[in-house]
Design a binder for this molecule. Structure first.
Ligand code: FAD
Length: 264
């Protein structure tokens, strides 16, 4: 499956919404999951491969020039217009996906498969807890958008500075605690510490914590050990790892997850 860039919107200095349209999107089926994601294939700039491609087109290709798989959340699927929006973290020139979004122009093509995904806010809890960095804002935003007016959500969202905050439209009663890396003694601890020191509302809650691996792991440990969270009611996933490319991260992710099981 593939689609073309329809437009690019700058949501913040480091977050770009890329809206895809056309291509084979007529055949795309949306997902009820609000953390639905696609497996996209990003081509190195010097790659001779052209979208759409199939596996035979990659035969004998130098590994450096092969498409690089990356997962990205569907922020919005407009089934009427057949538009698919993804919010990309623009994290510099490193890597393939973020830099593709930085350069994206109408007509650029992206090949992908999917969607996968499994989380949707539970209708059976008193409130919803969300925590994450910009990579999780697509899923958090999509989740807040499906909450009914009588729902309550508490969101811990980390960005560089107040200039990086974005809107999270919702009918629900949502409190967003914006947290900032800039100026922090240890930026990696800001999000876990904020969750750990917060007064939670009374009542039952479900959990969505996705983002940078070490931050997610620290929050997971706290929620289970200190707040008695049942992991069966929690969607907790390390999307990416600081100082690791996605290839590096996938190489060590299995042992990381096994170690995490020993935390709690
Ligand atoms: C299910 C799932 C859904 C995801 N949804 C989204 C999404 O909607 N939007 C999104 O932006 N990301 C999302 N991610 C994370 C994204 O797949 C990774 O961040 C990926 O590594 C980005 O690829 P890249 O080619 O840009 O950088 P890579 O080549 O993987 O990495 C290059 C360098 O950039 C660093 N880096 C990677 N991501 C970030 C980041 N977010 N902030 C700062 N530095 C970074 C790496 O640590 C590395 O040092 C999702 C991941 C998963 C598993």
């Amino acid at each position: 499956m593939y689609a073309e860039v329809h437009e690019v919107q700058k949501l913040s200095p480091t977050l770009l919404r890329v809206v895809l349209a056309g291509g084979t999107l007529d055949a795309f089926e949306g997902s009820p999951a609000t953390d639905a994601y696609i497996n996209a294939q990003f081509l190195p700039q010097e790659s001779p491969v052209v979208v759409p491609f199939d596996s035979a087109d990659l035969d004998g290709l130098d590994p450096q020039l092969r498409p690089k798989p990356r997962r990205f959340t569907i922020r919005q699927w407009d089934a009427d217009q057949r538009h698919l929006a993804i919010d990309f973290v623009s994290h510099g020139d490193d890597g393939y996906a973020g830099s593709w979004a930085n350069r994206a122009q109408p007509g650029d093509r992206l090949q992908f498969s999917g969607p996968g995904g499994s989380y949707r806010p539970s209708p059976h809890v008193d409130w919803h807890l969300f925590a994450g960095d910009e990579s999780a804002f697509g899923a958090i935003g999509a989740s807040l958008e499906v909450l009914p007016a009588n729902a309550h959500a508490l969101v811990f969202a980390i960005v560089d500075s107040p200039a990086h905050e974005i809107d999270f439209p919702s009918n629900a009663q949502v409190t967003v605690r914006w947290l900032y890396r800039n100026g922090a003694d240890n930026p990696d601890l800001v999000l876990p510490n904020a969750v750990a020191s917060a007064d939670f509302p009374d009542g039952t809650f479900d959990v969505f914590v996705h983002g940078e691996a070490a931050e997610v792991r620290a929050i997971r440990k706290h929620l289970v050990a200190e707040r008695g969270v049942d992991l069966n009611t929690a969607s907790i996933s390390p999307y990416w790892r600081r100082k690791h490319t996605d290839e590096d991260w996938r190489r060590v992710k299995r042992s990381w997850m096994a170690e995490q099981l020993q935390d709690v």
